[in-house]
Design a protein around this ligand. Structure first.
Ligand SMILES: O=C(O)CCC(=O)C(=O)O
Ligand SMILES: [Fe+2]
Length: 278
């Protein structure tokens, strides 16, 4: 018998297998969102040189500002990486062995230039016809295995027809993506996900996805975390998590969550039914 317990419900497995994503509602309470926004707004307002290392602020495209490695800047973001509601689903997708390998905050302003769908990789493109073994999706024996996944945590309300856009089911598609598929709410091919501040979307990064143009006058503020299977992969290589030079800025549990390991991590143990015992 396969000893791993699935932390997903049967309905969650069905939905994730069919669509490649799940939306969790009301994960972060409003007072925590407020605290996070106050910290992030401070980090956005100060000069880049004043931002404590290893955090780094950068601009991607004219409309997006990122702050990387925020969990090394404040404990609130370590708590978020270990949030039991998030870890339960992340564990259920990674054989209870997740490793956090990427963590940033994004601010996006109003923008309507055309985006294009992508799948995440870490810079190495496999030739057409190959499956990227570092970004894999399989389901069998009542389990899902999704070796490269992301969380998208809404810190502000995301109204319909804007925000994060994806092509449901494309995590399993083996055919060439049609050229110029528009990144917008265009069901059934692509959808945007209306979210409230505190909601979290968890998705296979093998899904075709991208940011739909942001249409609101206030900025889109969200947190983006990526997890991989802890047992094998360390795709980010040199400079990847955990950042040993800044070891003293994170807790032991956070360090463990970012490390390669075949053991059950403390953050996972906490959410396993019966504490992981059969
Ligand atoms: O900003 C977004 O909504 C998507 C970001 C994304 O897909 C990525 O950084 O790989
Ligand atoms: Fe992406």
């Amino acid at each position: 018998m396969f000893a791993i317990q699935s932390t997903l419900t049967e309905e969650e497995k069905w939905h994730f297998d069919l669509h490649g994503f799940l939306v969790l509602r009301n994960v972060i309470p409003p007072d925590k969102i407020e605290e996070m926004l106050a910290i992030l707004n401070h980090w956005l307002s100060i000069d880049e040189s004043e931002l404590p290392a290893p955090m780094r602020r950068s601009r991607q495209e004219p409309c997006k500002t990122h702050i990387d490695h925020i969990q090394y800047g404040h404990k609130l973001f370590q708590d978020l990486a270990m949030n039991p509601d998030i870890i339960r689903v992340v564990s259920g997708l990674t054989m209870n062995a997740p490793r956090l390998f990427h963590y940033n905050f994004t601010m996006m302003t109003k923008y309507d230039s055309l985006q294009s769908f992508h799948r995440d990789d870490s810079g190495f493109k496999f030739p057409p016809g190959f499956r990227n073994p570092h970004n894999d999706y399989q389901a069998a024996s009542g389990h899902i295995y999704c070796s490269h996944l992301a969380t998208w945590v809404a810190l502000v309300d995301v109204p319909p027809e804007t925000g994060f856009c994806l092509v449901p089911g494309s995590h399993k598609s083996l055919f060439q993506t049609p050229a110029n598929l528009p990144v917008k709410h265009n069901p059934p091919t692509s959808i945007t996900l209306p979210m409230q501040a505190g909601d979290v979307t968890i998705f296979s990064t093998n899904l075709l996805h991208d940011a739909s143009p942001w249409t609101q006058d206030y900025p889109r503020m969200n947190i983006f975390q990526r997890y991989q299977l802890s047992a094998y992969f360390n795709e980010s290589g040199k400079g990847g998590y955990p950042l040993d030079e800044y070891r003293d800025k994170i807790s032991d549990e956070q360090y463990e969550l970012e490390s390669l390991s075949k053991d059950i991590k403390a953050a996972v143990q906490r959410i396993l039914p019966y504490g992981g015992e059969e």
